[in-house]
Ligand binder design. Structure first.
Ligand SMILES: Nc1ncnc2c1ncn2[C@@H]1O[C@H](COP(=O)(O)OP(=O)(O)OP(=O)(O)O)[C@@H](O)[C@H]1O
Ligand SMILES: [Mg+2]
Length: 306
């Protein structure tokens, strides 16, 4: 077994598009290829660019990426045999039904007709679309079409699954159902997904990466991301609030609130001062949302956004 088996590794990976736009700086990290990895970041952070490079769809401009020791450029054909990808702009084929589309995909991956159909139906049922299995894709709603694409990767035997914003456009109940499905899938395969729902990353991901302006600003499990900041409490008050004492770190969030990441004792002391001054505020344990706002604001104030 190679030293890099069971690992996705990027070394100085970068992408400059032909128009000169630098979408990825020099991204270096490694994660195990099991469980669920969620990549989060603002619009334009570079999530799709990184996902497309790792799923062998797009060539990097420089740097190197390997998955289980296979290079995404040199060994792309071998990697593709083990991969299933749902791109951000993935579309169902309008003139086929979900069963036909997924069935054909599985036949293309090498399965026989009967087995393909059976697996397609099973996966369609898993995403709750059995009643729509034989309707034309063009007659399904946007969220249902997204689910058909997810059913396609479920039906495949691909062990490396890339999903660019799988839950975008789904209603809250469907989204939760999808998270349950992905959690199950992540027990058997490696899932690399992007999302704008921090709750999704918090709930289903084993590891989380935060991209900002083409750079990876944080990577780790949720407890690791929390502990990196060394603070346990997040206190939010309206813009311009003068805070009595601060040993923690403060940023102004894009939603206009002043956010202080601090310790429990300090949070209590600050709260007391704010209550005395009748200032409205909230204090809660640090969430991924807080970490995200904090790291992005810090990175941008350091000139991290291109
Ligand atoms: N084909 C392209 N040519 C030029 N620039 C591009 C191209 N594709 C993306 N970009 C730019 O690269 C940057 C990263 O884009 P990317 O699509 O990777 O971001 P993202 O994090 O996936 O954003 P979103 O959350 O909106 O999907 C953006 O500034 C975008 O405008
Ligand atoms: Mg994207």
């Amino acid at each position: 077994m190679s030293a890099t088996a069971g690992e996705l590794r990027c070394e100085g990976l970068g992408k400059v598009y032909p128009n000169g736009k630098k979408a990825l700086g020099s991204v270096s990290f490694s994660i195990p290829t099991n469980g669920i990895f969620a990549l989060i970041g603002r619009n334009g952070a570079g999530k799709t660019t990184l996902t497309r490079i790792l799923s062998t769809i797009l060539e990097p401009s420089y740097g190197k990426a390997t998955i289980d020791g296979l290079d995404v450029m040199a060994d792309a054909t071998r990697l593709r045999e083990r991969m299933a990808v749902v791109p951000q702009e993935g579309r169902t084929i309008s003139w086929t039904t979900p069963t036909q589309m997924i069935g054909s995909y599985l036949m293309w991956r090498g399965l026989g007709y009967e087995e393909s159909r059976a697996k397609a139906r099973e996966a369609i049922a898993q995403v709750g679309l059995e009643k729509h299995a034989d309707k034309l894709n063009s007659t399904l709603s946007g969220g249902m079409k997204r689910k058909v694409l997810v059913a396609m990767v479920i039906a495949s035997d691909a062990e490396l699954v890339f999903l660019d914003e799988p839950s975008t456009g789904l209603d809250p109940i469907s989204r939760q159902e999808l998270w349950n499905i992905l959690t199950e899938l992540g027990k058997k395969r490696f899932l690399f997904l992007t999302t704008h729902y921090l709750e999704e990353a918090e709930q289903i991901a084993d590891r989380i990466g935060i991209l900002n302006g083409g750079n990876l600003v944080a990577l780790g499990t949720l407890p690791e991301l929390r502990s990196k900041l060394q603070y346990t409490y997040s206190l939010k008050a309206p813009r311009g609030t003068a805070l009595p004492t601060i040993q923690g770190e403060s940023v102004t969030r894009r939603d206009g609130q002043v956010q202080i990441m601090t310790t429990e004792d300090e949070a209590l002391a600050i709260s007391k001062g704010l209550i005395e001054r009748k200032t409205q505020f909230s204090v809660n344990p640090v969430t991924l949302d807080d970490i995200f706002h904090y790291l992005v604001a810090q990175n941008e104030s350091a000139g991290g956004r291109t």
